[in-house]
Design a protein around this ligand. Sequence first.
Ligand SMILES: [Ca+2]
Ligand SMILES: [Ca+2]
Length: 72
Amino acid sequence: MPDLDDPTATFKEFDGDGDGYITREEFVRAMNARGEEITAAELDSIFHTSDENDGDADARISLAEFLVAWNK
Ligand SMILES: [Ca+2]
Ligand SMILES: [Ca+2]
């Protein structure tokens, strides 16, 4: 279990294939691995608020976007 206060470690945990981006699929899988349920609406909200933080809105969350969301 990574340190929950370390967003970079959390990002790596969520980025299942290690390509540097978290997709919706990876996000759901990581939450389920933690025993957390996440609804489609919650997922939409997270991606809507996080995905555009670096201006690319590519439906994936980069580490930079993740850190911005983390610090909100
Ligand atoms: Ca990935
Ligand atoms: Ca993005």
